[in-house]
Design a protein around this ligand. Structure first.
Ligand code: HEM
Length: 224
């Protein structure tokens, strides 16, 4: 066996922060009333995290980069036939990563302009007219079952790998390190680690997106 540093620290912090914020946004929305302010805040945090991850997918370390794990149908078929060897996301898991990020992006962007006809409005509601806001609100609500299903599939899939296939995937997402069999004695190339410059760039983009989305430049002190 060989010990490989598979997930960098920013990616791990991103993952667990995303899980917490998505669950918190869902719970606060179900509570409703005054908790909707928190739904909006957690939604903004999700948008910031997804923005960070999108940039990190281009400038992050080897296993974080989309180009190294998003694959076509040929690779997925090969993976299903057991002909895949790698240490990052497998080609099938990559589909769920892209789907989760895409649906969260659609949910958060539509939520910025949404309204509930009573008390709550998204932070950029003032930029659109009521009928467009109503349409975006419908799309926002329409995506909810998708994210719930994707998260459920994600957790069931992780459970399947951990308990049935005996692949401890959760610890690497906590520590960054994964034990992998070194095929026929060869050494697996250590993935490139993340760099500070790239991290600060991705963080700056994420903070800028959150600032723009928070509506502070439209109506300062609007509650976000
Ligand atoms: C709302 C809850 C969750 C969301 C939205 C979520 C989302 C994601 C995303 C987007 C990734 C891809 C990571 C990346 O490349 O950036 C991922 C990977 C992963 N998640 Fe989650 N996650 C959630 C909950 C969980 C939970 C509860 C667990 C543990 C039981 C978990 C375990 C993992 C693991 C182990 C991976 C890496 C899979 C691999 O080895 O390819 N996730 N998750």
């Amino acid at each position: 066996m060989q010990r490989v540093h598979v997930w960098d620290l920013p990616l791990r912090v991103f993952h667990w922060a995303l899980a917490i914020c998505v669950i918190a946004a869902y719970i606060s929305q179900n509570i409703g009333g005054n908790a909707m302010v928190w739904h909006g805040r957690f939604g903004l945090a999700v948008l910031g995290l997804v923005s960070f991850r999108l940039v990190w997918g281009f400038v992050g370390s080897t296993n974080a980069r989309f180009i190294n794990f998003v694959r076509g149908p040929g690779s997925i078929k090969a993976y299903l036939r057991g002909q895949w060897s790698g240490v990052g996301h497998n080609p099938l898991g990559a589909l769920s990563v892209v789907a989760i990020l895409g649906v969260l992006l659609a949910l958060t962007l539509t939520g910025l302009f949404a309204n509930d006809d009573i008390l709550f409005e998204g932070p950029l509601y003032a930029l659109v007219d009521k009928s467009l806001s109503d349409q975006l609100t419908k799309i926002h609500q329409w995506f909810e079952p998708f994210i719930l299903s994707l998260v459920a599939i994600h957790i069931v899939a992780i459970g399947f790998y951990v308990w049935i296939k005996k692949q401890p995937l959760v610890r690497p997402m906590l520590t960054g390190w994964k034990e992998v069999p070194a095929a026929s004695g060869s050494v697996i190339q250590e993935p490139e680690r993340s760099r500070w410059g790239a991290f600060l760039f991705a963080l700056a983009v994420a903070l800028a997106v959150v600032f723009m989305a928070s509506g502070q430049w439209v109506a300062p002190n609007a509650g976000y």
